[in-house]
Design a protein around this ligand. Structure first.
Ligand code: UT7
Length: 323
């Protein structure tokens, strides 16, 4: 008997305010045409004043639990992937735990920036395989609008706010690639690249800080490292690009998404793309895309899904799972 961490439910939440590219033309020297052609982004959602990452995370968690037909009390653990916590501590995960009315189990945050959800999935999988938890709520939630330097046109047009969540549950599998659930994970980081994507705030400054990115450099690493990690995870599972039904990539830039799919020899009609509507929502982008992909009728039970992401650190990785 092999234990697998199977997705039982998925859901998301996006704040009401939709910001089209045209709004940026009034604050920085940019154009809808530049943003669309260089990134694929057409609009993004921004959280309202007073609406925090934990609020978005809770709404996404409730949607995922409803989709799973599960009560919050059935959950043993909550992991929130975020780089935009409401407070330095406690974790967003414990705030979500309280909002859901859970008084047992355990909750913690994972901070691996845009790769956060992939890291959180891998950690949830490890908790389930080691018997420490049977049902884990894995959430990616961000309010990156609060990290923007509104004078930096190279970054402020790219990011958005949102949250997505999945409920993972331990289930018996046969130990084959036909099993539902997580089949392989691959995590990587290389701190030598910490200066090409970071936020210049924290305990060192006493401020929240602003996001700073050398876009071209990050782009170069993304193109090289994403296909590599996806191939490695597929290899570990004993699968190849041909077996993939859906790539659900981190939604940072359509050119990175297309470049990675090409390197994986997977056609674009097997890639879930939401970057046009959400912008880059960091750790929230993959669970948002999983939820939207399911709602659109793209991802169906039994499909082989590969997620991959890269972000600040650099930190990157991928997860192969059968839906
Ligand atoms: O989620 C974490 C991972 N992050 C990513 O994966 C992001 C990776 N990087 C990217 O997606 C792309 O590098 C960007 C979308 C950020 C930029 O695209 P690019 O093709 O690499 O453009 P660039 O930075 O080389 O800039 C080209 C030109 C520059 O002008 P000059 O120096 O050629 O005169 C920029 O100043 O475009 C200019 N530019 C803009 N123009 C209009 C930069 N931002 C803007 C803007 N509007 N918003």
């Amino acid at each position: 008997m092999t234990i697998r961490a199977v997705v039982r439910g998925v859901g998301h939440y996006l704040p009401d305010r939709v910001v089209p590219n045209a709004e940026f033309e009034a604050i920085v020297e940019t154009s809808d045409e530049w943003i669309r052609s260089r990134s694929g982004i057409e609009r993004r959602h921004f959280a309202a004043d007073g609406q925090m990452t934990s609020d978005l995370a809770t709404r996404a968690a409730q949607a995922a639990l409803a989709d799973a037909g599960m009560d919050a009390e059935a959950v043993d653990a909550i992991i929130v992937a975020t780089s935009t916590p409401d407070l330095t501590f406690p974790s967003v995960a414990t705030m979500v735990q309280a909002s859901l009315g859970m008084t047992k189990g355990f909750a913690f945050d994972v901070q691996a920036v845009c790769a956060g959800f992939v890291y959180a999935l891998a950690n949830a999988n490890a908790l389930i395989l080691s018997g420490q938890a049977s049902r884990v709520l894995v959430i990616g939630a961000e309010t990156f609008s609060r990290l923007m330097n509104w004078k930096d046109r190279g970054t402020c047009v790219l990011f958005g706010d949102g949250a997505g969540a999945v409920v993972l549950e331990a289930a018996e599998g046969q130990g084959t690639t036909a099993d539902r659930g997580i089949l392989a994970t691959d995590l990587n980081s290389d701190g030598r690249y910490k200066d090409i994507l970071y936020v210049d705030g924290g305990t060192s400054t006493g401020t929240t800080g602003h996001l700073i990115m050398e876009g071209k450099e990050v782009f170069r690493h993304a193109i090289e490292k994403l296909a590599e990690t996806a191939h490695r995870a597929l290899d570990k599972a004993g699968l190849s690009g041909e077996d993939v039904d859906w790539i659900v990539p981190h939604q940072a830039n359509i050119r990175i998404i297309e470049g990675t799919a090409k390197r994986m020899q997977v056609p674009m009609d097997r890639v879930v793309v939401t970057v046009q509507d959400h912008g880059n929502t960091s750790a929230a982008s993959i669970p948002l895309a999983l939820s939207v992909g399911k709602a659109r009728g793209q991802i169906k039970q039994g499909d082989l899904v590969v997620t991959e992401a890269i972000g600040g650190g650099l930190a990157w990785g991928s997860v192969v799972l059968r839906w």
